[in-house]
Design a protein around this ligand. Sequence first.
Ligand SMILES: Nc1ncnc2c1ncn2[C@@H]1O[C@H](COP(=O)(O)OP(=O)(O)OP(=O)(O)O)[C@@H](O)[C@H]1O
Ligand SMILES: [Mg+2]
Length: 288
Amino acid sequence: MRVISILSTKGGVGKTTVAANLGGFMADAGLRVLLLDLDAQPTLSSYYELTKRAPGGIYELLAFNETDLARLVSSTGIDGLDVLVSNDAHRQLGTLLLNAADGRLRLRNLLPAFREHYDLLLIDTQGARSVLLEMAVLASDLAVSPVTPEILAARELRRGTLQLVEDIAPYRQLGLSPPPLYLLINRMPAISANARLVQQTLRLIFREHPGVQVLDSEIPAIEAFPRAATRGLPAHRVERRRPSGRLAASALEILCGFASELCPEWRGRFSQVSGKDERKRERHAEST
Ligand SMILES: Nc1ncnc2c1ncn2[C@@H]1O[C@H](COP(=O)(O)OP(=O)(O)OP(=O)(O)O)[C@@H](O)[C@H]1O
Ligand SMILES: [Mg+2]
């Protein structure tokens, strides 16, 4: 089971969008995916319609060490895609974990409960520094930080997100290395000299930065993402082909490229998601 956390200490950069779409895409590629919503504002929990709502969520998992998946895990209308909903409405988990001896390691210690049931655990986090965020990073094999190509977002990345990774480095003494951090340029406008400059600067700064890498994949600013969110669907189901007159690739191609760069071991499965679409179109063409 792979564990990927999506984080940024800056709000509104696209964490939930990336978690929901990457999860939906990987589930359509036949993987068993669990979305874990660690944001007290339960945006990811409400992205997909839930076909079965479990009585519990992250509160029971983290406050009571509940590991009975039937009590914790809700199902979505997408095959293979489950959610552990955020239900910490009173924001008690932060204080609770801060005062617990195993605080930042609690999620990591609970991972065995999910291991044989899922191929991928995808964690969405809150856009601010917190003990929950540090706990998510320490439980992950890799961390993805979306960054929008704006100077203020780039500065906050330096100040907040990179600082967090540095601060948890002492856990190395316990044999826990912080996961590699992948920066994902998100909401790249089609034409903007300023955005291009920030994007190039980010790539330059992190060219040889230990532990941090800017992904080759970029996510353009396209309507398909908000449109898909409105319909409660992953964007690759909403936009399979590049709309005519637009430079940016289709949401399907974008998500396939991003998922393949992140998890190259499943690349073959990912390309089949587009292949399936081709076959469906061919069958449709034959029957009409
Ligand atoms: N690539 C994109 N193209 C167009 N719109 C996007 C893209 N990525 C995200 N958005 C839009 O930007 C808004 C903010 O995205 P999102 O909620 O995913 O950010 P977030 O980092 O999770 O925010 P928060 O810190 O509040 O949790 C949403 O309306 C979303 O639809
Ligand atoms: Mg969010």
